[in-house]
Design a protein around this ligand. Sequence first.
Ligand SMILES: Cc1cc2nc3c(=O)[nH]c(=O)nc-3n(C[C@H](O)[C@H](O)[C@H](O)COP(=O)(O)OP(=O)(O)OC[C@H]3O[C@@H](n4cnc5c(N)ncnc54)[C@H](O)[C@@H]3O)c2cc1C
Length: 378
Amino acid sequence: MYLLSDDSKELLADVKNFCKKEVMEQSKEYDISGEWPAEIYAKAFDMGLQSLEIPEELGGVGLDSVTLSALYEEMAYADAGFATTMACNNLCVKPIMRSGNAEQKKFVADLVLAGKIGAFALTEPMCGSDVGSTKTTAVYDAATDEYVINGRKCFITNAAVASIFYVTASTDKTKGAKGLSGFIVESGTKGLSIGEHENKMGIRLSTTSDVLFEDVRVPAKNLVGKEGDGFKIAMQTLDGARPFVGSLAVGVAKRALDESIAYAKERVTFGKPISKFQALQFMMADMDISIETARQMVVHSLTLLDAGMPFSREAAIAKCYAGDMSVQVALDAIQIMGGFGYSREYPVEKLLRDAKIFQLYEGTNQIQRIVIAGSILR
Ligand SMILES: Cc1cc2nc3c(=O)[nH]c(=O)nc-3n(C[C@H](O)[C@H](O)[C@H](O)COP(=O)(O)OP(=O)(O)OC[C@H]3O[C@@H](n4cnc5c(N)ncnc54)[C@H](O)[C@@H]3O)c2cc1C
């Protein structure tokens, strides 16, 4: 449960209502086709769900992080791919809001408020967890005061539908992670193209693709922060985003619990509903314990974040615990529903496929454990 202001509760009710009406049922069809549902997203962007992280001074609603978490949870309850699209748009917004200059912030805020979305392009075929080994390069051309970007990114959420990209590239190969820099790149820039689309096991309402950079020229003013800041900015962005991966994981798990409860109340074996069997009741109680524990860890890490206190360890714990929990709860929901849980007739097999991503993206759960171990051993 969340402790929210009356305004936040009202917004949450609106988002819940939208997701129930426009996303939840429709998502079944798109989960099968793997098509990006432009119509659903057009309605969501009309409602402003893409601009929730734009600060008030730039025209946004200026929400606190705990309210945002409750909204993301609700979106993921309806569909994790839908929620991923919104959250990954904010992976592009966050680094610019945190480290960009006033002009860059206004440019991105105006674009997102107008219903456009962004993508965060960090991962490459040979660089996922090991960000320091980024191969994409950005070379400064003094003659034109531009950077020339060359390289290939992969697994980039929203790439095919984004208007802007936040791209990490190496401006100095000799310095490794300290030689990375971040750039704003507009879609449609000459030399930028979208490659192969991933045919994913889950979160199929989100789109994930390769992005190719062939002599892509961007004005030097698109450099975010200074040359060499790119690694730090990427890590700060992921730190700030991790609790929200936890929110999404909690949303999926809560849906799995609710689906299994509804089923257990109806399904009769040995003359009574299976919800009367203590073996299953205890499973449900354990699912509830782990969902609420994950939610409260998410809230705790976000409370620290909003208070300006160190929160990296807590963010990593929230993401890691909630991701693992979500997979386990989806598995338990399938178990409670027996053979029907394994069937595509019911939504829980989809919830398991969706939940798996939370152990992988925005730093695998092994990487989270490295962050946590580093923090306690320091
Ligand atoms: C659907 C989807 C959407 C994504 N969206 C985006 C996006 O929008 N933008 C973006 O930039 N990226 C995105 N990613 C990429 C994602 O963040 C990476 O896949 C993830 O960080 C892992 O990188 P990798 O796949 O290269 O795995 P690798 O780094 O190759 O890791 C492989 C395995 O080794 C383990 N491992 C690696 N290093 C260590 C270590 N030091 N110690 C212990 N274990 C280790 C990992 O935990 C993993 O189990 C997305 C990925 C997916 C699948």
